[in-house]
Design a protein around this ligand. Structure first.
Ligand code: TMP
Length: 205
């Protein structure tokens, strides 16, 4: 039936490393999978990503940002995610709608009911089957992210913004326990990898 797995966390939490661990685990088991990311994942959605993450001379309104995230999502879902799931594949997606709750509701302060409306409109009943939340103190995450250089428009937000983002992620993890696995991303790389492998084995066997 396919499986929809998403990876979430604040900037610098180690999503890229986590994704590599997940993909290797799937490969070793001979699972068919596709890899994608949000915003992005198709040529049009990648253009929307570039637009929403770029600096603009005008102020980008919170609603514009929200709609661009869902516009990209609609495209990625229709073109890549739904067909892969229908073909019985595992879809590994770097961020999804949980990020919209965390960033646009937690970070920006948009009412979560508005996000829920768009979620229903764009996704119907589609929700991730499993979400790995790479949890780290935003200060530590931002230090890692800025060491990589070239922070995008959203990554340049204040530390308080990312504390709110983290807090919504953790609230959602507490609420949707069947979906979420929280990974302590402050640990060593080897330890984080072990936590992820254990989560995959426990949930997917
Ligand atoms: P990434 O660089 O981790 O791939 O994510 C791109 C940025 O977009 C990151 O700062 C988080 C942000 N984002 C949102 O604000 N809302 C969303 O719904 C998604 C998917 C990402």
């Amino acid at each position: 039936m396919g499986l929809f797995l998403t990876i979430e966390g604040v900037e610098g939490a180690g999503k890229t490393t986590a994704k590599k661990v997940v993909l290797r685990w799937l490969q070793e088991r001979g699972c068919e999978f596709i890899e994608t990311r949000e915003p992005g994942g198709t040529p049009l959605a990648e253009q929307l990503r570039a637009l929403v993450l770029a600096e603009h001379e005008e102020q980008v309104s919170d609603t514009t940002e929200l709609l661009l995230m869902f516009a990209a999502r609609s495209q990625n879902l229709g073109e890549r995610i739904e067909p892969a799931l229908a073909a019985g594949k595992v879809v590994v997606c770097d961020r999804f709608t949980d990020a919209t709750y965390a960033y646009q509701s937690g970070g920006r302060g948009i009412d979560e009911q508005r996000i829920a409306l768009l979620e229903q409109l764009v996704q119907g009943d589609r929700r991730p089957d499993m979400t790995l939340l790479l949890d780290i103190d935003p200060e530590a995450g931002l230090a890692r992210a800025s060491a990589r250089g070239g922070l995008d428009r959203i990554e340049q937000e204040t530390v308080e913004f990312f504390h709110r983002v983290r807090s919504v992620y953790l609230q959602r993890a507490g609420r949707f326990t069947d979906q979420y696995v929280v990974i302590d991303a402050s640990q060593s790389m080897a330890d984080v990898e072990q936590q992820i492998v254990t989560a995959l084995q426990t949930r997917l066997g």
